[in-house]
Design a binder for this molecule. Structure first.
Ligand code: LLP
Length: 462
């Protein structure tokens, strides 16, 4: 799904052409790992803690969250984009403590459900600094958001405009909204996570006139304050050209609404979607570069349109939490499977799988991995790391060089699983969703505990 990929099927033997044999299979590839990750005598350390020792207590599979790394990525976005606001996309991963970190680092928060809003409010997050997304928010969700004083609701349909209008009229509480627009940009990412092309469920199309029509309709509701336009073109994007085209179209509409409807909106949000490195193929731009590019386009466009620059905001999720977490698994079985052409593939089965990382199965995503609990002198072999679920598509890492003596009891760690790993985890096969353990300065804190069988039985009324 990454834009720099070779086409599927371009294999040499049993591995994709981009996968290069490492000089030393025991080494970490630093740009894939959180900043405090390192190997000491073959053991993975994160946050100054030995991961083999840590999981001896918390068990596997487990998500390990590097707090310093998370905070520094959040800060890097905040500082690079200032004075723009950075809304951390909670859908990528959210729990009460992470909402507090986001607050402490001075970021705002994007939520997209009543559940996420509840976590944010529980963390004491100022509702003013929360944005609320969703293409089908219920009347109950909207009412709660409006009464809580959420700073911006990102409106996604004409039905929703009427719903919000009715709630503001009935409760006497005004609502601040942005219009989610589709800019007609084909972002180079997996089809399922691209969101600004025309034929999809989100937002109002700019080119069809719907987005303008939405603005006109909103302005007819006295209780709704139209704050701006919002565009999110997709996820795991490396090519900034898509953001540029979207920004141009969004700002042109911004100007049209000002000129033709006489309403000057103070804000514009250009969404999230900044790509991260999952494998050696990926080379993401640092936030300062992204920010400089975006600022330049906005300044230029606004000058050309003769409008004042609106206050900008962005919504990264993956680029903050993605690289901050890794998942640690225990190897259960190792199997050599004969393939056509005399090749074999080494299947390494671990104690998790598609219930803690659906992204490989869902988006054909690539990941990397390392042996995390010892050094090995054995020759590297291209292995496939698979889960324990009853599906052949239950793959965690499609192809990775691991030592050929990989065996049951070894720990393997997969980097860059922080975004959409735990947040899209499921109880498939009645799997118990793994914990999230934060590590910092040699101290571990469980932020989300492992589920128990009792948790599962609570909802099964027998
Ligand atoms: N803003 C909006 C309106 C979004 O819909 C999303 C992601 C974001 C911001 C954050 O995007 P990010 O910076 O994290 O790429 N589950 C998929 C990605 C779907 C993302 C949905 N929306 C995945 O695992 O890749």
């Amino acid at each position: 799904m990454n834009n720099s990929h070779v086409s599927p099927g371009s294999f040499t033997g049993t591995s994709p052409v981009w996968l290069k044999e490492p000089d030393d299979v025991n080494d970490l590839m630093p740009h894939l790992w959180s900043q405090t990750a390192e190997k000491r005598d073959g053991d993975l350390y994160v946050g100054g803690l030995s991961i083999p020792e840590l999981v001896a207590n918390v068990n596997t599979p487990a998500f390990i969250l590097d707090e310093d790394d998370f905070r520094s990525r959040a800060r890097a976005f905040k500082e690079a984009f200032a004075p723009a606001d950075v809304y951390y996309a909670g859908k990528s991963f959210l729990c009460t403590e992470v909402a507090r970190w986001i607050d402490q680092e001075g970021l705002c928060l994007d939520v997209c459900s009543d559940g996420e809003l509840t976590v944010a409010l529980r963390a004491g997050f100022d509702p003013e600094r929360i944005g609320y997304h969703g293409n089908n928010k219920t009347a109950m969700e909207l009412r709660r958001a409006i009464i809580a004083g959420v700073g911006r609701i990102i409106v996604d349909s004409f039905d929703e405009i009427e719903r919000i209008g009715a709630i503001t009229a009935e409760t006497g509480t005004p609502a601040r909204v942005m219009i989610r627009v589709t800019a007609g940009v084909e972002a180079h990412t997996h089809e399922f996570i691209a969101t600004a092309h025309e034929d999809q469920k989100f937002g109002f199309s700019i080119s069809s006139g719907d987005a303008f029509g939405a603005a006109r309709r909103i302005l007819e509701h006295p209780g709704i304050d139209l704050r701006g336009l919002h565009s999110h073109i997709g996820s795991q994007i490396f090519d900034t050209a898509g953001f540029e085209v979207a920004a141009r179209r969004v700002l042109a509409l911004h100007a049209k609404i000002a000129h033709e409807l006489g309403h000057v909106m103070p804000e514009t949000d250009l969404g999230g979607g900044f790509g991260i490195a999952y494998t050696s193929q990926d080379d993401p731009k640092p936030p300062v570069e992204l920010a400089a590019g975006m600022r330049e386009i906005v300044t230029q466009e606004c000058r050309g349109l003769g409008i004042e620059e609106p206050h900008l905001s962005i919504e990264p999720g993956r680029a903050i939490v993605g690289p901050s977490m890794c998942t640690v698994y225990t190897v259960g079985t190792v199997k050599q499977v004969a393939l056509d052409g005399g090749h074999t593939r080494t299947y390494v089965s671990v104690d998790g799988g598609m219930s803690d990382n659906i992204r490989t199965a869902l988006y054909d995503a690539d990941y990397s991995a390392t042996l995390a609990s010892r050094t090995s002198d054995a020759a590297p072999v291209v292995a496939r790391i698979v889960g324990k679920h009853c599906e052949s598509g239950d793959i965690v890492v499609k192809d990775e060089f691991l030592p050929s003596d990989i065996r049951p009891g070894d720990l393997v760690a997969v980097p860059a699983t922080g975004a959409y790993g735990r947040s899209m985890a499921s109880n498939y096969n009645h799997a118990l969703r793994p914990p999230v353990v934060a590590v910092k300065d040699g101290v571990a804190r469980t932020l989300v505990r492992r589920e128990t069988v009792e948790d599962l039985l609570t909802t099964d009324l027998g």
